[in-house]
Design a binder for this molecule. Sequence first.
Ligand SMILES: C[S@@+](CC[C@H](N)C(=O)[O-])C[C@H]1O[C@@H](n2cnc3c(N)ncnc32)[C@H](O)[C@@H]1O
Ligand SMILES: [Zn+2]
Length: 274
Amino acid sequence: MPASKTSLLWRCPKCDLPLIPEGRSLVCENGHNYDLAKEGYVNLMPTGKKLASTVGDSAAMLVARREFFESGFYEPLRQKLVELVIKDSPRVVGDIGCGEGYYIGGIAAALPGARCFGTDIAKDGIKMAAKRYPRASFAVADTYGQLPLAEHQADVLINVFAPRNAREFNRVLDPSGKLIVVIPAPEHLAELRERNGLLGLQPDKLQAVVASLGGEFKLGDVISLTYVLDLAAAAVGNLIGMTPNARFQDDDEPVFEAITTVAAFDILSFDRLS
Ligand SMILES: C[S@@+](CC[C@H](N)C(=O)[O-])C[C@H]1O[C@@H](n2cnc3c(N)ncnc32)[C@H](O)[C@@H]1O
Ligand SMILES: [Zn+2]
């Protein structure tokens, strides 16, 4: 990845000044220095911040997630997101809580002229994303902190099954910018959840998300995307392994059974309120 692309994008987490490339580092005018990893990503977590070990997805969850995606099960969702994002020809698109980069990677491939970026608190995910999707820029950053980005920098932000920060999304988006949030619909993986005793979904998730963004964003279109998933045992293992359920599995080698279930997503488009 050309370093100049990163330098135009990221802001110093300590003093908010633009980060400029200098060798294999990004440096602000105050001399704060951030190394570019060999995969091209940069860690922009404020130094000294201690995180609980359960914050962000673990390496094992991210590997399961990538294997699941590689089987194409969530390709219809990626296609729908690409379609929604590219229709306004945005110049700058970000994925906040991008994990291993599947969605922003697909958008970057479909929008070669745009600057695409992803942030996530899981360094292992950002590393996988940067390696696989060199057209996009990636940084380790905490969605609940100040994002390492300038005011009004992005034309579109996407947020898929990941934490949100309404105030920061509003700050980073262009005044005419769009926020696209994907959440599970109530019937998402219902059969799988029931058979495997998985964690339930938050009741009234859609209303809760709209309320949490309400002061900063106005809800526009809601698209429901539902389709059948025929999952072999290995895919069931990956799907369970990529979710927080993985943390509650006490069996060392759990046995999974093939199942037919439903993928059901609500895709919410929000306009920024100023
Ligand atoms: C369910 S995963 C979704 C990842 C990706 N959007 C996808 O759909 O493949 C949730 C993601 O949120 C990230 N995450 C959790 N807490 C976060 C935080 N405070 N700041 C940034 N990312 C966070 C996790 O590391 C994980 O990658
Ligand atoms: Zn600085």
